[in-house]
Write a protein that binds this ligand. Structure first.
Ligand code: NOJ
Length: 542
């Protein structure tokens, strides 16, 4: 594989609404990000995936775009954006823009035109169908609950929306739509960005009449064309949000020979604590053996024919320490460091979601009034109608709801955690007095400095980026153990995933030195090795 800059890079995701407010309107903004670039440089990241900052009515917090070529005033101006890119450049930090082109906002001028009449030149930018027996064309469901079809009273036809009804799906079969998308992508490329993160890109080849949504037949044709018409001419990275990808499908997207995307961002591990065949809201405890199997499968099966993202968190997922670690004050940092090590020593491009590097945790609520997220609110209303009890629905939301990730960043222990002096758009997790950036920076053992070390290890050791991966003890119910090797060098990563000590019953190998660990003075002999709660050790072997 020809080496690319994004293969030994670490990406940091910013959800701008919740990162840093600079004008005290309670909403994070671009100038706030500029203010914090030195902090991110210190962490050591290479690029920022910036969740959408474009003009938007905010039905889905920016994932409903009404103008791709202007900035939402709450976030700032195009000049601010240009300054942000330039300030990033000074610190070797690139910007990966969030490209949301499966759908637009219903307030986008294209849709406003399209719904005027069946003859409007923009009509075919979207997906319209006649009613069937006076009802929806079929029973396709929206990912945000309810039918995926919405009746437009004026013209008597339904339009498709796989997300909220304010997010009508674009008709990718229309060449004019493709041209518009290439144009807006080139607009951003010319500004010197580092690439695109492509929102639900696996859906753009849908055939709604056959109820095919993900991985439609023309998907890869579209991506090839996109590559040729836009980013193929630039040295940028592209990452596709691809929910239903298998390693075979991931190769279609990311095999460099195919000239589509740089890498996939797939979620197979993320679905392992939900009941099979149901939704993310229907919880079942994580099957640890399966988690190891899935992560290891992705490590070994892509080979040199594809590239994967490594992540535990993003703006749609609960905080990993609360989810699969332990968010009690005693184990918060230990489990956070353990989880981070497992991920960052794998092959792929790691993503850190804002606040992960200081160990931020979930924020349970006791009423739906405290929730902002449209996905959670729609699901709540639907389940209430279906007869579920409010307290059970809230339990699901507290476990998996997206607001867990969207609470403002905890910078210090001043009012509102230093996020804003105004009224925050979403209240903070009350842990901010204890758990914040200022405190993390003052403590050499903090999770922040641990992430910094993980990033440095990747930069300084080709083994972390390129080494082979081998899982050991796949059936061990407590330990996650794997080896990485490159040329004559071999590392052993050993983690105890649980809060009770666990002993190692694997092959005895000779240790050269400890590369990293989350407890002081780790044991340095595999004979009689016992790992403490959430202990992780990375050994270099002889
Ligand atoms: C995936 C995004 O990550 C999520 O936040 C958004 O709601 C949907 N796509 C729709 O754009």
């Amino acid at each position: 594989m020809e080496k690319k800059w994004w293969q030994d890079s670490v990406i940091y995701q910013i959800y701008p609404r919740s990162f840093q407010d600079s004008n005290d309107d309670g909403i994070g903004d671009l100038r706030g990000i500029i203010k914090r670039l030195d902090y991110l440089e210190k962490l050591g990241i290479d690029a920022i995936w910036l969740s959408p900052v474009y003009q938007s009515p905010n039905d889905d917090n920016g994932y409903d775009i009404s103008d791709y070529e202007s900035i939402l005033p709450e976030f700032g101006t195009m000049e601010d954006m240009e300054e942000l890119i330039a300030e990033g450049k000074k610190r070797n930090i690139k910007f990966i823009m969030d490209l949301v082109v499966n759908h637009t906002s219903d307030e986008h001028p294209w849709f406003i035109e399209a719904k005027k009449s069946k003859e409007n030149p923009y009509r075919d930018y979207y997906i319209w169908r006649d009613p069937v027996d006076g009802k929806e064309p079929n029973d396709l469901q929206s990912i945000f609950s309810g039918s995926a079809w919405e009746l437009d009273e004026t013209t008597g036809q339904y339009y498709l929306h796989l997300f909220s009804k304010k997010q009508p799906d674009l008709n990718w079969e229309n060449p004019a739509v493709q041209q518009e998308i290439w144009k807006l992508m080139n607009f951003w490329l010319k500004k010197g960005i580092g690439g695109f993160r492509m929102d639900v890109i696996d859906l753009v080849g849908k055939i709604p009449d056959q109820k095919i949504t993900g991985n439609g037949p023309r998907l890869h044709e579209y991506l090839k064309k996109m590559n040729q018409e836009t980013f193929g001419k630039y040295d940028v990275m592209t990452v596709g949000e691809t929910w239903g990808a298998t390693p075979e499908i991931a190769k279609l997207y990311s095999n460099p020979d195919r000239q589509e995307l740089s890498m996939v961002f797939q979620f197979e591990h993320i679905g392992l604590d939900e009941q099979p065949g149901k939704s993310k809201w229907d919880y079942q405890p994580l099957d640890f053996i399966k988690l190891k199997r899935v992560l290891s499968k992705w490590q070994t099966e892509l080979g040199n024919e594809g590239w994967n993202s490594l992540f535990w968190n993003n703006h749609d997922l609960p905080r990993i320490i609360s989810r699969w670690g332990n968010d009690s004050p005693e184990y918060r940092e230990l489990s956070g460091k353990m989880l981070a090590t497992l991920l960052h020593l794998m092959k792929g491009t790691p993503y850190i979601y804002q606040g992960e590097e200081i160990g931020m945790i979930n924020t349970p609520v006791s009423s739906i009034e405290e929730i902002d997220d449209i996905e959670s609110i729609n699901m709540y209303q639907e389940r209430i109608k279906q007869g579920y009890e409010s307290k059970d629905i809230l339990k699901s939301i507290n476990r998996k709801g997206r607001d867990n990730a969207r609470r403002p960043m905890q910078w210090d222990n001043s009012l509102n955690g230093g996020f804003t002096k105004g009224k925050p758009w979403l209240s903070l997790n009350e842990s901010y007095t204890e758990l914040n950036v200022e405190k993390a920076l003052a403590d050499p053992n903090s999770i922040f400095y641990y992430y910094q070390q993980l990033i440095t290890l990747r930069k300084e050791n080709p083994l972390v980026v390129w080494g082979d991966y081998k899982e050991l003890l796949p059936d061990d119910p407590h330990l996650f153990v794997y080896e990485r090797s490159l040329a004559n060098e071999k590392w052993l990563v050993m983690a105890n995933f649980y809060n009770k000590s666990a002993s190692y019953h694997g092959e005895i190998q000779e240790i050269d030195k400890v590369v990293l660990s989350n407890y002081p003075n780790p044991q340095q002999n595999l004979v009689g090795m016992t790992l403490k709660p959430y202990e992780v050790i990375v050994f270099k072997l002889k």
